[in-house]
Design a protein around this ligand. Sequence first.
Ligand SMILES: O=C(O)c1cc(=O)[nH]c(=O)n1[C@@H]1O[C@H](COP(=O)(O)O)[C@@H](O)[C@H]1O
Length: 273
Amino acid sequence: MKIDHLVSQIHKKKSFLCIGLDTDLDKIPKHLLTEKDPIFSFNKEIIDATNQFCVAYKPNIAFYEAYGLKGWKSLEKTMDYLNSEHPNIFTIADAKRGDIGNTSTRYAKAFFETLNFDSITVAPYMGKDSIEPFLSFEDKHTILLALTSNEGAYDFQTKRIDGQELYKEVLEESKSYKNAERLMYVVGATKAVYLQDIRRIVPESFLLVPGVGAQGGNLQEVCKYGITKNIGLLVNSSRGILYASNNMDFAEAAAEKAKNIQREMEIELNKLE
Ligand SMILES: O=C(O)c1cc(=O)[nH]c(=O)n1[C@@H]1O[C@H](COP(=O)(O)O)[C@@H](O)[C@H]1O
């Protein structure tokens, strides 16, 4: 998907919500477990109930890989469903990949071509030649981990190397990569105060911001420092939406949560006008 199209969808739906499809068989309503493909059944009901309130879905690949071939099939069905029924939705493979060049190319093929995702999360640790293979795919986006939402982010990402924090080095350096215009960055909602500094380095880039809801990040704070004239934000919530209820009404409960976040986003978007 082209960025312009994503931005137009954000304006149309008055939402920059991304819903994380972190589908966990231990958490979904019990009545679904008798279905042929409980993961897909759950995802389909969630997508049907929430798609009007969001512009993106982000299946976290770990939740599918955990169930082996069955999980992979559920992921494939979910992607086929999204691409055929909701072609205006932006899709993110939360896979956190990255390897030597020829291996990165295979990861890129797996997620961009075989599964037809619009984007993938990638770890920057192995450097330029591990990222550029992802960037060579037209109309596909590579979302580089910059400053993550977890406590461990302080272990390395905020450490100074030659006077500069590592996450800033990642942001700066990556701007020189070939096809850098296809880059987006992950910044945790729990790190919103860093967004001012981040916007000085990447003023226009889209940021994937997970960590509102279950991890305690604050949407207003994220918007205060992170929003741009092209919006530039995709704010993700997974558990806070998916598991709002584990009864028969789970999809309506998820829709209610998504709608509440969308309303808050609409207020933030109105401030820009
Ligand atoms: O890349 C991510 O999406 C990600 C990066 C990060 O820094 N923190 C983070 O929580 N995530 C993912 O975002 C989702 C957050 O889920 P909830 O905390 O349930 O909303 C999970 O799938 C995480 O793997």
